[in-house]
Design a protein. Structure first.
Length: 281
């Protein structure tokens, strides 16, 4: 009887080498969408942020229209225009400024509550958080502008001479300026990293600029020295542009300069915000 040689056990197969590339993170667009949705959810769960943001513009709208509408118009007031029609574009610009300030405050909150530190440990572009914050500012400004328009039309009887398309263009220009100013305050938040200085800046600098402009009375009816300041005040040109669109009056030539200035402010501020945001905590 012939002895058979036992067959050696087969060696285990070597694991196949993985050829799939390492995950490098999601696309910037997806990051912006997710981070924007996160900020929007915080607004939805805390509507007081929007309501308090409306406080100053709405108070100005109701107080000024009720006080000055009972008085005679100044000498250089546009003919056939009510004071409500005249002041509402300025109220929308004021709302844009308030929303822009809150965008910087929101970034400071993110820096303080640790979310930025956690995000920096992930493959997420730092610019995505900044862009998401600017988009949240635009959404908040849009909601607040719609509320102001509804109150003006439904309660105060706002009815400008410009048609719906002109009024929509006026509101759209205001929202574009709000988005651009939001980048300025985002840059301030990235560098200062404190909410108090930004709020003081808005109170000390922006609020006087609103009154030393064509917001509430024509520039020609201001004292000479205030009129000189108002002529070089960028808010005067922004308000004149939105007012010309809504009221169908001369001054639409200021629309293009207002858009160019806003675009330059957004580009420069975004660059400064990116540099400031990369600094160590």
């Amino acid at each position: 009887m012939t002895a058979t040689t036992p067959t050696p056990p087969a060696s285990p197969a070597a694991p196949a080498s993985s050829t799939s590339p390492a995950w490098k993170g999601s696309s910037p667009l997806l990051q912006i969408r997710v981070l924007t949705a996160r900020s929007m959810r915080s607004l939805a769960t805390d509507p007081g942020v929007i309501l308090f943001g409306l406080l100053q513009p709405v108070v100005i709208l109701f107080v000024l229209t009720q006080v000055f509408s009972k008085m005679g118009p100044p000498p250089h007031f546009p003919a056939g225009v009510s004071y409500l029609d005249y002041v509402l574009p300025a109220v929308l610009v004021d709302n844009a400024i308030q929303a822009a300030v809150q965008s910087g405050v929101g970034l400071v909150d993110d820096l303080k509550n640790g979310i930025v530190a956690r995000l920096r440990s992930l493959p997420i572009a730092p610019s995505s958080l900044l862009v998401a914050r600017s988009m949240t500012n635009l959404a908040r400004s849009t909601v607040q502008a719609v509320v102001i328009m509804v109150l003006a039309i439904g309660v105060l009887g706002y009815s400008p001479r410009g048609g719906p398309a002109e009024v929509a263009a006026s509101v759209g220009l205001t929202l574009f300026m709000s988005w651009a100013l939001g980048w300025a305050f985002i840059a301030a938040g990235a560098w200062l990293r404190r909410a108090e200085p930004m709020q003081n800046l808005a109170l000390v600098a922006v609020l006087p600029l609103m009154f030393v402009s064509s917001a509430y009375v024509p520039v020609a009816d201001l004292p000479a020295w205030l009129a000189a300041v108002a002529q070089v005040n960028p808010l005067t040109h922004a308000i004149d542009a939105t007012r010309a669109l809504a009221l169908d009056i001369p001054g639409a030539g200021a629309v293009l300069p207002a858009m160019v200035i806003s675009g330059v402010v957004a580009i420069v501020s975004a660059a400064l915000a990116a540099v400031g945001f990369r600094r160590p905590m």
